[in-house]
Design a protein around this ligand. Structure first.
Ligand code: MG
Length: 228
């Protein structure tokens, strides 16, 4: 079972469901333009799920899976994201009450096998493999919600080998944290231990073995990952 560590405490959180929001920053939608597909700004949140085995908190080494000895992808890409950790079960939560269900926040990277995702999109097939593979989702220590004054207004960035690739602010989200919680709790229900990846700003890039990826979110912390 994937377990998250809580910063400055012995407490751990067992991860239940892993929800992810796609297309939640305009500049990333723009950079992802794929000819022939719908590249418009979504009117409702774009949701996908990952298995909890995708969460990585121990070695922070991310590896493209091999099938019978052969890597399944040639295009691993970074997506830095603010991660919400759910602290209280809820269904049909209003935006007004949404923040009561947040335990805390963490830095996450939604690593993506872009070649597989693009091919599956073109074929109209699910892209779970592109997003949910083992080690695809490293998550930092969790910072308790009460210590983050305004999670909807913090800087988020990522560098590869010390070169900045992604830089944004959570104020740029198309669907806010409150709306995401309202939406997910209405459709799926949310439970203590669920984690929610809230989307990535522009600057995704192809990574190769040995790359050192460093993600940072203001007031929350840093997450250092190596591509294996
Ligand atoms: Mg993402």
């Amino acid at each position: 079972m994937a377990k998250l560590k809580v910063k400055g405490s012995d407490e751990t959180i067992e991860v239940k469901n892993v929800f992810c929001i796609g297309k939640n920053y305009l500049d990333h939608i723009t950079e992802m333009n794929i000819p022939g597909l719908d590249n418009s700004v979504p009117e409702t949140p774009v949701i996908f799920l990952k298995p909890s085995t995708a969460i990585e908190t121990v070695n922070n080494i991310v590896t493209i899976p091999k099938l019978d000895g052969k890597a399944i992808s040639n295009d691993l890409q970074n997506e830095v994201e603010l991660v919400i950790v759910v602290g209280k079960d809820g269904d049909d939560i209003t935006e007004e009450n949404a923040m009561e269900h947040v335990y805390g926040y963490a830095v996450g990277i939604d690593f993506t096998l872009r070649d597989i995702q693009t091919e599956m999109k073109k074929q109209g097939k699910p892209w779970a493999v592109a997003k949910g593979f083992k080690t695809s989702s490293p998550v930092s220590e969790v910072v308790k919600a009460e210590s983050i004054k305004d999670p909807q207004s913090i800087f988020i960035k990522l560098s590869v080998n010390s070169e900045e690739k992604q830089s944004g602010n959570t104020s740029e989200m198309i669907f806010s944290i409150k709306h995401i919680i309202h939406y997910l709790s209405s459709v799926f229900g949310i439970r203590e231990g669920d984690v929610i990846f809230t989307g990535t700003p522009a600057g995704v890039s192809r990574l190769v073995r040995g790359d050192r990826v460093s993600a940072e979110i203001q007031n929350i912390g840093k997450l250092e990952v190596t591509i294996g």
